[in-house]
Design a protein around this ligand. Structure first.
Ligand SMILES: *Cc1c(COP(=O)(O)O)cnc(C)c1O
Length: 404
């Protein structure tokens, strides 16, 4: 057995398809984000502008968040020191769960070390608790939901993206008495489109199914208090479990679910990914608390983000760039080829100081490789004009078509 050869071949496959991942080495400049430093060259750090961060609202540098973390660090030290069950249940964790339950109008919330873990361990645990459960999954669901569904051992039915007729067809095909769970996202982060939450809940009511929504790309950003699309659409009370991250718009780290007391108690008591791991550092949780509280009371960041996204979409469209049909803050440009997507990204970084990561398979389907821009309150119009000009120049140079 030649192990080396197997590993070499695995890496070679990625290179030959043009989707070998290269991580860009950066440091963000607190207070000046989206300005950052890049350590790609050999002549010391080079200034860049970050266009692909999921710190959507720049809360990672918000003075309230930074101060709360400094204070916590000096008050209680660095780590939590244990699992939630054994020494690691800090008062910050208890407060944050209360704050998140209130954000979604649910009885309780439960913290995890990341959004990925929250999806994986909640879905797998839920599936195991419901005997014979069938899980209905939107075809564009995130890898962490897919992992959770697989780990649940349940039968899975994949419905075509946002296709209600297909979902209903699959629901109707199951026995009335089979436990059913519909799992989907609110904002799909690679296309920037939104799920029809009420219509999905109507089907859930009709076929007596539970619902699970991933609001990772919506919490903090939609709804009057940042409760996500389910808050904006006044549908939160119709959803069984709402899941979110604390690492994107909230700017720090961690994940959570919010649901009824009974369900949260079950997950808390049965989910290995919650039980057998050290709880989040209280320093992180203190930062999240400040962020969630701030965004509950302030729509300034949300409004500025929506305005920035609208401006950038208009600039791209006016320049003839192939901006995709996003109805949200996500601004994707279709490239349709992994090698070209990587090449454009490389030129942007090397020649224009623009950092945007190419999005390739398996994050998106093959043939739909793209560049995904996430403008926010800190990206100004001059930056957007420079970016648009750079993209048009590169599109010309690579002899790619611009719309008339
Ligand atoms: C990023 C992401 C997650 C995982 O959240 P993390 O907190 O980054 O682990 C889950 N779902 C979706 C749709 C995501 O994009």
């Amino acid at each position: 057995m030649n192990y080396d050869q197997i590993f070499d071949q695995a890496i070679d496959r990625l290179h030959s398809e043009g989707r070998y991942r290269v991580f860009i080495d950066i440091l963000r400049n607190k207070g000046a984000y989206p300005n950052a430093r890049c350590f790609a060259g050999h002549n010391g750090p080079k200034p860049i502008t970050v266009w692909c961060s999921n710190d959507y609202l720049a809360m990672g540098q918000h003075p309230k968040v930074v101060e709360a973390m400094e204070e916590a660090l000096h008050d209680v030290g660095a780590g939590s020191g244990g699992t939630r069950n054994i020494g690691g249940n800090t008062h910050y964790h208890v407060d944050l769960e209360r704050e998140l339950a209130d954000l979604h109008g649910k009885e309780r919330a439960l913290l995890f070390t990341s959004g990925y873990v929250s999806n994986d361990t909640t879905l797998s645990t839920l599936g195991k608790l419901l005997p014979g459960c069938v899980i209905f999954s939107d075809e564009l669901n995130h890898a962490s939901m897919i992992a959770g569904i697989r780990n649940s051992g349940c039968e899975k039915r994949v419905w075509r993206h946002n296709d209600l007729a297909h979902l209903e067809e699959l629901l109707a095909a199951e026995d009335e008495n089979t436990p059913k769970l519909i799992a989907f996202e609110s904002v799909y982060s690679m296309d920037g489109d939104v799920a029809p939450i009420h219509a999905i809940c109507d089907l859930a009511d009709k076929y007596n199914a539970l619902t699970y929504i991933d609001e990772v790309h919506a919490v903090g950003m939609y709804g009057p208090r940042g409760g996500g699309i389910s808050e904006r659409d006044k549908a939160a009370d119709r959803i069984t479990i709402i899941e979110g991250t604390l690492g994107k718009a909230f700017g720090v780290m961690g994940g959570y679910i919010a649901a009824d007391e009974k369900i949260v108690d079950c997950i808390r008591s049965y989910a290995p990914g919650f039980i057998f791991t050290t709880s989040l550092s209280p320093v992180l949780v203190a930062g999240v608390l400040a962020s969630v509280r701030h965004l509950k009371g302030s729509s300034t960041e949300r409004d500025a983000q929506q305005a920035a996204a609208a401006t950038l979409k208009t600039m791209f469209r006016n320049a003839g760039l192939p901006v995709m049909d996003s109805t949200t803050h996500i601004v994707p440009l279709m490239v349709g080829d992994p090698v070209k997507a990587k090449k454009i990204s490389d030129i942007l970084l090397a020649e224009y100081g623009v950092y945007v990561q190419p999005i390739n398979f398996p994050t998106v389907p093959r043939g739909t490789e793209r560049l995904r821009f996430t403008p926010g309150p800190a990206h100004d119009e001059a930056m957007m004009r420079d970016l648009t000009k750079a993209l048009v120049e590169i599109w010309d140079r690579l002899e790619m078509r611009l719309a008339a």
